[in-house]
Design a protein around this ligand. Structure first.
Ligand code: UDP
Ligand code: MG
Length: 341
């Protein structure tokens, strides 16, 4: 039988925080009184995270699986790698750093019991750096204006998805993506609930300013062409204004005669337009770069090993083989006992 709930947790250099996560997560899940599996995906950690995950797998092999990626693929691709391995009817994603309290899982499950197939979350009193909070708010606003995705708090990864949504997501092959937004496009009954949020107690955020900017570009370019349209419209407006200016100058030339004034104004306008052009070129480049990544059709991630309990999985694989399509995984799920340290 497949479990009722699959928990997906991406792990990237989180060795200090994992023991406490295990303690709280498994306690919270055992308290739910439903069948579950926890799918950890190690996103190419360079510390002892894989060894720590393996210890946990050996402690609870019946409910634990570990997908080890060969190299760092990024949080969202790592989650997609784990999605392809999940079997639960409800799939819930969670960060490994305990910023999303595992005790809140219960509230997501309740919302899904009530018929939601996508449970978004809003962090009440978000515990992050001030600049992160303001940047998020700005990005939320830009996304709301440019895409049809309605997610109040896009940064919170504690989210629940029904199997129907996960199956649809598993059929997507995009390289640059943003999991909550992608799943949202397949949801029929999305709801949002409020959850608490904690400070990161150990380790540091794995996102630099650059990777955050990249991620937000993924979100915007992946779900909308509005940025391109913005430049088409701006270009058309500037062309129109220039035309009016030319007519005005021509008429002045006939009435007033030759004159050479406003040289610096001309420079200022020219430089401004060069800036707009470069920005537009950059935006086009963002799309072209992603199209290039996509058409090369390289594997999105490489699975180095999957730690899972041989007996129970072999039985489940046999029962569910057609339901779980193996997508773009260069080495399809191997059953491995023991992984690289
Ligand atoms: N993460 C990952 N791959 C990455 C970056 C992050 O799997 O390349 C994981 C990380 O281990 C954590 C989650 O994604 O479980 C969220 O990362 P983090 O807490 O650093 O992000 P923040 O809370 O600062 O947004
Ligand atoms: Mg975090």
């Amino acid at each position: 039988m497949s479990p009722a709930i699959s928990i997906v947790i991406p792990v990237y250099n989180e060795q200090e925080g994992l023991p406490l996560l295990f303690e709280r997560l498994y306690a919270a899940l055992d308290a739910l009184g439903r069948s579950y599996e926890v799918v950890f995906v190690d996103d190419g950690s360079t510390d002892r995270s894989v060894a720590v995950l393996r210890e946990q797998f050996e402690r609870r092999p019946d409910v634990t699986r570990v997908v080890v990626l060969a190299r760092n693929a990024g949080q969202h691709l790592a989650i997609l790698a784990a999605f392809a391995q999940t079997r639960g009817t409800y799939v819930i994603t969670l960060d490994a750093d305990l910023q999303n309290p595992p005790e809140e899982i219960q509230r997501l499950v309740t919302a899904m019991d009530q018929g939601a197939d996508f449970v978004g979350t809003i962090r009440v009193s978000r515990q992050d750096r001030m600049w992160r909070r303001y940047a998020s708010r700005l990005m939320n606003r830009i996304r709301e204006g440019t895409t049809s995705i309605r997610i109040t708090d896009q940064g919170c990864m504690l989210r629940g998805y029904h199997r129907t949504v996960i199956d649809a997501v598993n059929h997507c092959t995009e390289v640059s993506t943003y999991v909550p937004a992608l799943a949202y496009t397949f949801a029929r009954h999305p709801v949002e609930i409020e959850v608490s949020h904690a400070e990161r107690t150990v380790g540091q955020s794995k996102y630099s300013l650059y990777s955050l900017v990249r991620l937000n570009f993924d979100l915007m370019t992946g779900f909308s062409v509005a940025p391109l349209q913005f430049f088409s419209v701006t270009g058309a407006a500037i062309a129109l204004i220039s035309l009016l200016l030319v007519v005005y100058l021509f008429v002045r030339r006939l009435i007033v005669g030759p004159e050479a004034q406003g040289l610096f104004t001309l420079f200022a306008i020219a430089f401004f337009l060069i800036g707009v052009t470069l920005l537009g070129l950059g935006v086009v480049g963002e799309y072209v770069g992603r199209i290039y990544e996509q058409v090369r059709q390289r594997p999105r991630y490489t699975i180095a090993a999957v730690l899972e309990d041989e007996s129970s999985t072999a039985r489940l694989r046999h029962l569910e083989a057609p339901a779980v399509p193996a997508l773009d995984v260069t080495q399809p799920g191997r059953i491995v006992r023991g992984a690289p340290e």
